[in-house]
Design a protein around this ligand. Sequence first.
Ligand SMILES: NC(=O)c1ccc[n+]([C@@H]2O[C@H](COP(=O)([O-])OP(=O)(O)OC[C@H]3O[C@@H](n4cnc5c(N)ncnc54)[C@H](OP(=O)(O)O)[C@@H]3O)[C@@H](O)[C@H]2O)c1
Length: 295
Amino acid sequence: MKIGIAGTGRMGAAMATRLLARSHSVSVWNRTRQKTEALERAGAAVAATPQELSTNADVVITMLTDALAIDATYRGGQGLLAGEIRGKLFIDMSTVRPEIEKALAQSVRAKGATLVECPVGGTVGPAKEGKLFGFVGGEIADVERARPVLNDLCRRVEHVGSIGAGASVKLAINLPLLVYYQALGEALSLCRNVDIDPARLIDIFADTSGGPNMLKVRGAAIAATLQGKETTPVTFDVNLIRKDLRTMLDEAQGLSVRLPLTSQALERYDEAARNGIGASDATMLPAYWLGHGQM
Ligand SMILES: NC(=O)c1ccc[n+]([C@@H]2O[C@H](COP(=O)([O-])OP(=O)(O)OC[C@H]3O[C@@H](n4cnc5c(N)ncnc54)[C@H](OP(=O)(O)O)[C@@H]3O)[C@@H](O)[C@H]2O)c1
């Protein structure tokens, strides 16, 4: 099976690396071609346009920033939908609103192809190791078609409903995680007079109800930021967090539900971005708050 991947940013490139390691035939396209060079050296073919990518692949995975990126990559002049795609399968793994996935599924269906959505939990490391968590939305038969590829990328694949359901669940999962970065910064500011090694303090948080699962994985990086270290390479940046929180708030408005904590967290992260850490890793946020949270 020939797999095409459109969008080789941090996550798309990690997924391409994983699929190459699983001996799949992989071709890639990215708006900024430079980000395909390492993958080309690792054995991927590089398509000149999304149209060329979808024409030459059996299955096309997309991993793009947001709705605008999806629109440009699928519906642009030489977009994925302009290729010879009848009977083919598309898997969109971007984090966007359910309505974006529903509209995309319709556009794909109109060209005689099918789409399932599979936004994921987990970052670059798990993507390289095939240990993501996939939240799948789509028709059962289409999901079963996608499952062999998804099983190579994910430690767990949950089919949560029809198209749009995956996006809803993904946004919901990310909400407490993203609010938590601010909560942790505020919690740590209550300990500012406690003379304790930051690594030990974070370890205590991680072993109690003060810490979510994320702390077990990213706790060491967070502790290092508390000692003045910058987290590199960046895997999930503050600007992506802001994009996700905005997406959640838009979705909540559509559903007529209030998300006051989410709004507050977004205000704080917008401020953090204005203060220069938009492109920094999310793990920098608690340390940022310790430096900026004084009255
Ligand atoms: N990073 C994580 O830990 C993580 C985890 C789970 C889910 N996600 C989700 O995965 C998606 C990708 O995240 P990422 O971390 O890989 O982001 P990223 O490194 O910023 O990559 C974004 C990708 O989207 C492309 N893109 C953006 N705007 C475009 C446009 N107008 N036209 C065509 N392509 C466009 C970029 O192309 P260029 O290279 O040309 O800019 C790049 O390939 C997002 O929806 C994110 O929320 C991320």
